[in-house]
Write a protein that binds this ligand. Structure first.
Ligand code: HEC
Ligand code: HEC
Length: 262
């Protein structure tokens, strides 16, 4: 009896040590977080994956891979590797690419999904700050750490909350998210006054409108003579044309580092 009791803990220890070691070697794949590998992965993705997952991972026949927000962490790196290697059910074929190419894909997919604050970003944050506050005038509507406009959402934590593709989409295609709570609205009151801003909320009895100074108006529906509401985001729609590709990369580098997380 005694003999068995002694052998058992040694066995458990050995197994534990081996497990700890394989955890360490697992983490070491050099493609993860490497911009060159991510760019190579993007190319492979465009060739073999985009038909189903969309060119920017936005989804199609296959699910969306680009993260919508920071809450969505499904697979870790090794699970993603296995999934790409083996495929899933009848919907997604396995890939016969060499390991190195699959790791590049894993690095690319991870960068699509993670919050921007955890992703590697090709742009220059300092140049992006200039685009934000000067060239593109984003600061007229958005505030960062207490500075800037109040019409649009505060962006002080946007890098921790959104992935890179979601930030890109917000800049070049502001209507993609439906812009709920931010529709531009003009209300004409019975007494001739006008209130303009974004419609933050409304009920059967009242409308809540916020103007571009951040001031909130609570309007009694009984006082409203007429009102007009725009369909999408009040954000300009031509940033994709007005800004260069470098400007947008730099903006994303700037926004991607905005985080209130310690
Ligand atoms: C023929 C269409 C098709 C192709 C090509 C394809 N996928 Fe998929 N992919 C799917 C479908 C469908 C699923 C969902 C499978 C399921 O959950 O049943 C999926 C799931 C995934 C997932 C898991 C998503 C999640 O978190 O649940 C990842 C990651 C992924 N694919 C990456 C890739 C990569 C990388 C490639 C290119 C090598 C690729 N896919 C090629 C259709 C495809
Ligand atoms: C005219 C005001 C205005 C300007 C100028 C403006 N935005 Fe916006 N922005 C908004 C509003 C309102 C929203 C919320 C509705 C929406 O999602 O489109 C928004 C949403 C966003 C979001 C998404 C926020 C989230 O929580 O997901 C990002 C990111 C963003 N803007 C970045 C920018 C950048 C970068 C610029 C400059 C290139 C810019 N905005 C210029 C008004 C503006």
């Amino acid at each position: 009896m005694r003999r068995i009791a002694m052998v058992f803990p040694i066995f458990v220890l050995a197994a534990w040590a081996q497990h700890a070691q394989s955890d360490k070697t697992k983490k070491a794949n050099p493609a993860i977080g490497n911009l060159t590998s991510i760019a190579a992965g993007a190319k492979t993705f465009a060739g073999g994956c985009a038909v189903c997952h969309g060119p920017d991972g936005q989804g199609g026949r296959g699910p969306r891979l680009a993260g919508g927000n920071a809450m969505w962490h499904t697979l870790d790196e090794n699970q993603t590797f296995d999934l790409i290697r083996k495929g899933v059910g009848s919907g997604m074929p396995g890939s016969g690419l060499p390991d190195e190419k699959v790791w590049e894909l894993v690095a690319f997919v991870k960068n699509l999904r993670d919050p921007a604050a955890d992703s590697v970003l090709p742009g220059d944050a300092k140049a992006g700050s200039q685009v934000f506050w000067e060239k593109a005038g984003c600061g007229a509507c958005h505030s960062v750490a207490g500075e800037g406009g109040k019409l649009g959402p505060d962006l002080s934590n946007i890098g921790a909350a959104r992935s890179v593709p979601t930030l890109r989409e917000a800049i070049v295609d502001p209507d993609a998210d439906g812009a709920f709570g931010y529709r531009p609205t003009t209300v004409m009151l019975m007494d001739g006054r006008q209130v303009r801003g974004v419609l933050r909320n409304f009920t059967n009895y009242s409308m809540q409108i916020q103007d571009d100074k951040g001031k909130l108006y609570l309007v009694d529906v009984g006082e409203v003579k007429d009102w007009a509401r725009g369909d999408g985001s009040p954000m300009p729609r031509d940033y994709g044309q007005k800004l260069t590709k470098a400007d947008i990369d730099n903006l994303i580098a700037y926004l991607g580092r905005l985080s209130t997380r310690k």
